[in-house]
Design a protein around this ligand. Structure first.
Ligand code: SF4
Ligand code: SF4
Length: 717
């Protein structure tokens, strides 16, 4: 892991009397240590990667406290780690990205929730929902409901979120039930401050070891007949205990307001957006004082019927602000009020959209509708004017544009080693014909966008090979599965490779070995190159990914017989490897390992190394590619084969050629793909390779002078 979190790691050491200033996710990380957590684990993913990254880099300090931290191989192993809290009074926390991570962890979560815990068990899920999300749009609440987990959705305020971490551990212990703390993207990134407490060294830890394991207790095993009793206890004992705790500790908050005949029930994570929307209508101030009373549900599961009924009693109408679908909370509120004969009219998904992120504008439109239906006496003019102005601005922007702006899909980084693999695949398909491509999760999923548009399906992280199992037998041509090295270790090795070998699957798998789980923030994996290997500065510019052979030896060890390693940037060799894999007589799994270090990681290492050399007055060479503008015909086939953002267009300097020509801008990192494509695809000869030399030797200067002189002689006078 190359990104340094030194500053963040320092902030974890803050103690009583000091103030933390920073982002929500780091505040939660600090809160875990203040709560006396014994062990922490997880699998990185937006928007909670930061938590695990910071803790992994703070191992030395955590060792001082006695806290164990583990970078788990996937979310299932993280959830299983919480098994420590089933028998032992140890607080543990794990983290991952939801909903995908929760899907992976589901088996362990069910088996954890069934016997329950005695030590506080907390799962911090990054809720990747809404605009900017990168996963399927589903709700974590569904898991909490089906497994009877506690679910916190705290109001985004640092001091409050830190308190909720403490309360979540305490509630987990009081109800013998694992708790989830859902952090929306905005809650992760909200900034603020809170008064710190000292970190608490856990009572059971590496420094205070257990003398004996717990005694055997069949009630802690999720096997029948214990499971029948577990199910009864969940609803007969644990959830009632949780509801009592929630009321006793006032975990949900009521903000009173003068318009008592109305009310709003909001899930905690949406509170800030709600208040901002109310402000536009003149119904709240910047500090949250609202004309309409608000019930903030910091705990979304379980709901407390008495709280819901008490808040709604005597009100004419209540708006429920609940993002996503189905509207679990709204439905439960309706059932609670019906049972209690509370007559308040409930509005929710009738004025709010069923799907999509609840931005301030979306909530504002719902408030306008709510007011129109439930309180027409309220003066909504300011809000309506604000919404009209937003519409007018959109119309004006649309009118000012000659046409709709072109889409700007996400892209591989400049010089990414995965881009050449898909360029080669495009070329290989000219030889072998179109193939079914089972895609996967990772940076390589950018290949589904232009100019590649490669990949028929994506079924999950590490699922590429498994997801072609039903297609292969029905296809004349072999199928191709794509997998990253991150996905390989996450679960692709077992769900894909092992299954294909066991079932004698005749498929082709390309593993993009860039050395890291790049898509989640370039975290290290089992096959990452050893950081110590780059210690000597002279070597720091070289690719390190080739040095690890763990994936190759693992594949050979479990019986892969057809295995090729190819340099990603060698497009011609990669094309030949694809051709061979698709046409060989060998029946069985064929694996191509595309080796090329993640360019993002490489640049993080290379740039400071070059800067040091430059400062020391040493010779620095940077490779760049360019396009000869006299030779470029303007057909842009190079761009269609590459998609590198550094390879773009500019106006032709020749007045007789009206089409724009290709050009390479300064961001080029000299990966070489432009040159490779020219040869592999037999494109026009307009590309050139050059070396930009800083602090040149006398030999460089002499060579440059000679070159200039020869060119001068050849130029017409
Ligand atoms: S992070 Fe690395 S692997 Fe991912 S697109 Fe960028 S260079 Fe490629
Ligand atoms: S050589 Fe071409 S593909 Fe590679 S970074 Fe430069 S412009 Fe991009």
């Amino acid at each position: 892991m190359e990104v340094s979190f030194t500053r963040e790691a320092r902030m974890l050491r803050l103690g009583a009397g000091e103030t933390f200033h920073g982002e929500g996710i780091l505040a939660i990380t600090k809160a875990l240590l203040q709560a006396g957590v014994s062990y922490v684990g997880g699998y990185q993913g937006a928007p909670v990667s930061h938590l695990l990254d910071v803790l992994v880099q703070s191992r030395a300090y955590l060792n001082e406290l006695g806290v164990h931290v583990e970078a788990c191989s996937n979310e299932a192993s993280a959830a299983a780690m919480l098994g420590a809290s089933i028998h032992y009074p140890m607080r543990g926390a794990v983290t991952w990205k939801s909903i995908v991570g929760t899907n992976v962890a589901a088996d362990a979560l069910s088996n954890l929730a069934s016997p329950g815990v005695i030590g506080g068990a907390l799962i911090i899920v990054g809720d990747d929902y809404g605009e900017g999300a990168s996963v399927v749009q589903e709700r974590t609440l569904a898991y909490a409901l089906k497994s009877s987990l506690l679910l916190f959705d705290p109001r985004p305020d640092l001091a409050h979120m830190v308190r909720m971490v403490d309360e979540a551990f305490a509630l987990s212990e009081a109800a013998n039930t694992p708790a989830m703390l859902q952090l929306r993207i905005r809650a992760c990134h909200v900034r603020g401050s809170f008064a710190c407490k000292d970190n608490v060294a856990p009572a059971l830890s590496r420094h205070h070891l257990l003398e004996q394991p717990a005694g055997f207790d069949y009630e802690r095993i999720p096997h029948p007949p214990a499971t029948y009793r577990h199910e009864k206890r969940k609803h007969g004992e644990r959830m009632p205990a949780a509801r009592q705790f929630i009321v006793r500790r006032a975990l949900n908050e009521v903000f009173a307001g003068p318009r008592d005949e109305l009310g709003i029930i909001v899930l905690g994570g949406l509170y800030n957006s709600l208040v901002r929307a109310l402000q536009q209508f003149g119904l709240a101030d910047a500090f949250g004082a609202s004309a309409v009373p608000i019930l903030v549900l910091n705990v979304v599961c379980p709901l407390v019927p008495e709280e819901i009924g008490g808040f709604c009693a005597g009100k004419r109408a209540v708006l429920v602000v609940e993002e996503g679908q189905p509207e679990f909370v709204e439905q439960e509120i309706l059932a609670i009020l019906r049972r209690q004969d509370v007559a308040a009219r409930i509005h929710g998904k009738d004025v709010l959209p069923m799907a999509g992120e609840y931005t301030i504008e979306v909530i504002g439109r719902a408030i306008a509708e709510f007011i129109a239906r439930a309180a027409p006496d309220l003066p909504p003019d300011a809000g309506r004017e604000w919404l009209r102005a937003l519409d007018a601005r959109r119309r004006a922007a649309a009118a000012a544009l000659p046409a709709a702006l072109p889409l700007r899909p996400p892209q591989f980084c400049i010089g990414c080693p995965e881009r050449p693999v898909f360029a080669a695949l495009k070329l290989a398909q000219q030889d072998i014909g179109p193939v079914h491509v089972a895609g996967d999760i990772g940076c390589h999923s950018f290949a589904t966008f232009e100019p590649f548009s490669i990949g028929h399906t994506i079924l999950g992280y590490g699922m590429g090979l498994a997801s072609r199992a039903g297609v292969s037998p029905a296809m004349q041509r072999r199928t191709l599965a794509v997998m990253g090295d991150g996905g390989f270790w996450h679960n692709g090795l077992l769900t894909g490779v092992q299954s294909a070998l066991f079932n004698a699957g005749d498929a082709v798998l390309v593993i993009l070995k860039n050395g890291y789980t790049s898509a989640t923030g370039t975290q290290e994996i089992l096959s990452s190159p050893d950081g110590a290997q780059a210690a000597d500065a002279e070597d720091a510019g070289a690719s390190r990914v080739h040095r690890s052979r763990v994936i190759e030896s693992t594949l050979a060890g479990i019986g892969v017989k057809w295995l090729r390693s190819v340099n990603s940037y060698d497009v011609a060799a990669m094309r030949r490897a694809f051709d061979d894999a698709f046409t060989t007589d060998f029946q069985g799994l064929k694996v191509i390992i595309a080796e090329g270090e993640c360019q993002l990681e490489r640049q993080r290492r290379v740039k400071p190394w070059r800067a040091r050399l430059r400062r020391a007055g040493k010779r620095v060479v940077r490779v760049r590619y360019g396009v000869d503008e006299d030779a470029c015909s303007g057909d842009h086939s190079c761009i269609r084969l590459s998609g590198c953002p550094a390879l773009t267009l500019k106006a032709s300097p020749d007045p007789l050629r009206v089409d724009p020509i290709a050009t390479v801008i300064d961001g080029c990192v000299g990966c070489g793909l432009c040159g490779e494509n020219v040869h592999a695809a037999a494109l026009c000869p307009s590309f050139y390779r050059c070396e930009v030399i800083e602090n040149p030797h006398w030999r460089d200067r002499l060579a440059a002078s000679l070159r200039r002189a020869v060119i001068g002689l050849l130029q017409p006078a």
